[in-house]
Write a protein that binds this ligand. Sequence first.
Ligand SMILES: O=C(CO)[C@H](O)[C@H](O)COP(=O)(O)O
Length: 218
Amino acid sequence: MNILSPSILSADFTKLGEEIETIDNAGAEYIHVDVMDGMFVPSISYGMPVIKSIRKSTGKVFDVHLMISEPIRYIADFAASGADMITVHVEACSDVVATIEKIREYKLKVGITLNPDTPVSAIKPYLNRVDMVLIMSVNPGFGGQKFITSSVDKIKEVKRLRDELNLSYDIEVDGGINIDNLATVLEAGANVIVAGSAIFRGDAVENVKKFKSIMSVW
Ligand SMILES: O=C(CO)[C@H](O)[C@H](O)COP(=O)(O)O
């Protein structure tokens, strides 16, 4: 199933609750929540209090992407804030298996991700333990960047590995996705689509509709 997960990093924070209700009503399946610590990535976004607060605005799945060093330290807090799934960076965890197990302790879905310069081989040992693989198609840290085209081959590679290893994880793609490159990533094998600026810049309802109409034919 194809899933749209708008990234609220590009929403208007002065009316975040309303922005979330808008994309929820327009048909987005997930809400993508980008947490940045100013260490693993250069920028700082928001954390548990914001997530707890926006949890009241929607019942949709909170797809929380932790761009933080040693995320194992905060899994309990993100679970208590209302996360439904947590994705961690392979580069950010000194013990990836323990981090995955910690997320499972809270009965949350688990995603693993990697930076554009990290090869897929770095996550291969963990593929049988996760529900989702996130292919970053920009260097994490900021919305509104240009899509890195080599990500398409990475999507194909994790799809090929899923078949080879007889696994069933979702493949999410995040960074620089827009109406023009959406079909390319879907065709490569991505089925969870993150988009920030392409959804929240302009008319979010129309943008969700356009995304979903293309996604419906794949
Ligand atoms: O993880 C992210 C940045 O680190 C964002 O989710 C991502 O960049 C989405 O924003 P946009 O669609 O504007 O590229």
